[in-house]
Design a protein around this ligand. Sequence first.
Ligand code: ADP
Ligand code: ADP
Length: 219
Amino acid sequence: INIIEIKGLKKSYEEGQITALNGIDLEIKEGEFVSIIGPSGSGKSTLLNMIGALDNPDEGSISVAGTDLTRSEDLSKFRSDEIGFVFQLHNLIPNLTVFENVQIPLIETPLSDGQMEKRALELLKSVNLENKINQKPTKLSGGERQRVAIARALVNHPSIILADEPTGSLDSKTQEIILDLLKDIHKKENVTLIIVTHSPDVATMADRIITVLDGEIKG
Ligand code: ADP
Ligand code: ADP
């Protein structure tokens, strides 16, 4: 069954001067691991942002985890229920601890403080950071920050993880650790994983590689 169905999706910026997506048709199955590759400026991030409902299309239809994103009234709820974001710049909040950062997506859930802490700790253990929970993100290495971002992305049991260049700024050894972690999570949690990447090593790990060129899917 398809967790993502996209038809004729178009998006332009600057009053139509810049075409970011020029008619995307795409179906992704539940539990699939997909990588998206293509040159810089080809529309990869725009596509990922559309799937995560961070940006809205000009034309076409997009349904994600049963929600029609062009019609939904509560995209914020959709995001917090369904999507885990892992972005290159990790979006961690510098004046909160690692432990607090991981709990952010839980704030709007009905969980008690104790339950939130329990869940956050579970995830921080799974990314091997239980010894850093009281640190601020600025005290961590790039790889550690990325592991915090992954823990935070997963804390809410999302059905889809969207990762934009998750290993972009990391050295090759750290890159390997992060990739193993993502692969592991994909296997264990049966989550749908979509990674935008420039790295052929990352791309070939996926079940399927999607190439975006000039706002269109080529193969
Ligand atoms: P990629 O992720 O493949 O590098 P993007 O999706 O970021 O490509 O960008 C696709 C095109 O849309 C590029 O020409 C980019 O400059 C443009 N673009 C993306 N976001 C914006 C924005 N918020 N405002 C204006 N132009 C944008
Ligand atoms: P809204 O502003 O519509 O209320 P939120 O900011 O509450 O939406 O976002 C809902 C979820 O989406 C949060 O869990 C947040 O982590 C995620 N999110 C929103 N914007 C971004 C972004 N630019 N990068 C990464 N995650 C984001």
